[in-house]
Design a protein around this ligand. Structure first.
Ligand code: IMP
Length: 423
């Protein structure tokens, strides 16, 4: 049997590109699916037989019976929330025991991280998901974080660990934490016990799979422009969302990966604050966003916030393809553009070749657009390239020529099989 490719799937813009649908599609060829960064700030949604699943911390691969799923060391994990997510999956008949594993090296997101974040957001106003991600990763970087391997099942011992951590956090004084420690410790221990043997380091196992049968699928969360290093700092998340974060967050030899698949939506969106050069006028935004009545409309899967919508940004596409070393592009939600005419793509910024480092500079760039005639025909559910109108194919080939990468997967609707795969 030939070896399966080891792949990384990453978002090329500000998250919500439709990565979960692509990961779900590629899981058929995978042995193990791993989330390598982020945590419950993600909302990966897949529609299976008309039912929409939204996964926050559990890898999308869980929707395929028998596939192994891992929450890697690079994640910041909210254990009680993870248990809720797993119980909800159980209610839908999805068995996870024996095939889902959590790295003991992953850092914990404590309830207090969420409190701290609410408090900080009043000042900095990043527009975060308020899932405690930033404060948890900040503790990790300050080397005062608590990891899953630090959890003690004895409440007194755990109380002491959390208390010591609290002492190290100056901000803590401000948020009256005392009352909540016991309750939080109990929830944490319960979640830890519920997971039991599922807390187990799998990096050696994944390394072995990658070398032998292949079929390692790394599922990125958020997107390149939310990367702590390469995104629109400070309007970013607190982890490395690019392909570079995968080997690090899983703990395997980075040379084992064969392919990087960059996911781009056919138009751009972002939630939260920060620069968005191609943000459209309100009327166009409303068309792109949808009303909210469908699960696939542009409202946050984690927070329900309406997403900001805009035209496809070719400058960011090129940048993100370079940063991630993208081999193939997956272009999602092409069907949403069906009734828009003309369709615009920003092919360059005036007087600015690349994405500037400074967010205020990016805020002030002037995109230069090319207009494309729309196709004025529903393409929802198309399964072959022949079903796409010429103007849709032209749109795709422009994206290919801007990025210098082939579009290999095209999302044409909300269902898991609404996808065209160009081999
Ligand atoms: P945080 O990750 O909750 O700290 O939020 C930081 C920024 O990333 C905010 O602009 C969030 O809206 C954005 N963000 C975080 N996770 C996601 C996601 O899964 N999709 C889209 N945006 C996200």
């Amino acid at each position: 049997m030939s070896k399966k490719p080891n792949r990384i799937v990453v978002g090329l813009f500000w998250g919500d590109e439709g990565k979960a649908k692509i990961v779900d599609f590629l899981t058929k060829d995978a042995e193990v699916v791993i989330r390598y960064q982020g945590g419950a700030n993600a909302g990966h949604s897949v529609e299976v037989d008309g039912k929409r699943f939204i996964l926050h911390q559990v890898p999308t691969g869980i929707l395929h019976p028998g596939k192994i799923c891992v929450l890697g060391a690079g994640m910041a994990i909210d254990l009680p929330e993870l248990v809720e997510e797993l119980k909800n999956l159980e209610k839908c008949g999805i068995e996870w025991r024996g095939r889902l594993f959590v790295s003991p090296r992953a850092h914990l997101v404590l309830r207090f991280h969420k409190d701290i974040e609410k408090f900080q957001e009043k000042d900095v106003n990043i527009g975060t998901t308020l899932r405690g991600i930033g404060p948890a990763y900040a503790d990790k970087a300050r080397r005062i974080g608590i990891r899953i391997c630090d959890v003690e099942q004895n409440p007194m011992a755990m109380h002491l660990i959390v208390g010591k951590w609290a002492e190290k956090c100056n901000l803590y004084e401000l948020i009256k934490y005392e009352g909540g420690i016991s309750e939080m410790v109990d929830k944490l221990i319960n979640a830890f016990c519920f997971l039991g043997d599922s807390i187990s380091e799998k990096s050696a196992f994944i390394d072995e799979i990658a070398r032998t049968s292949g079929g390692v699928l790394a599922e990125g969360a958020q997107g390149t422009m939310l990367s702590l290093n390469w995104g629109t700092y400070p309007f970013v998340t607190s982890s490395e969302t690019t392909a570079g974060g995968a080997a690090e967050g899983i703990g395997i030899d980075l040379r084992l990966f064969d392919e990087v698949i960059g996911v781009a939506k056919a138009f751009c969106t972002r939630v939260g604050n920060g620069p968005f050069p191609t943000e459209a006028d309100e009327q166009t935004q409303q068309i792109l966003r949808g009303t909210g009545e469908h699960g696939y409309d542009e409202f946050g899967s984690t927070t329900g916030r309406p997403r900001r919508c805009g035209w496809f940004d070719g400058v960011i596409l090129k940048y993100a393809c370079r940063i991630n070393g993208v081999d193939w592009i997956a272009l999602t939600k092409l069907d949403v553009l069906s009734e828009i005419d003309p369709i615009k793509i920003a092919t360059k910024y005036k007087d600015c070749e690349d994405v500037p480092a400074s967010s205020s500079k990016l805020n002030n760039v002037i995109p230069e657009y090319e207009d494309f005639p729309g196709w004025n025909k529903q393409i929802c559910g198309a399964r072959s390239i022949e079903e796409l109108p010429e103007n849709a194919k032209r749109y795709i080939s422009t994206i290919e020529s801007i990025s210098g990468r082939k579009v290999k997967y095209i999302g044409t609707g909300p269902g898991r099989d609404d996808i065209i795969c160009l081999e």
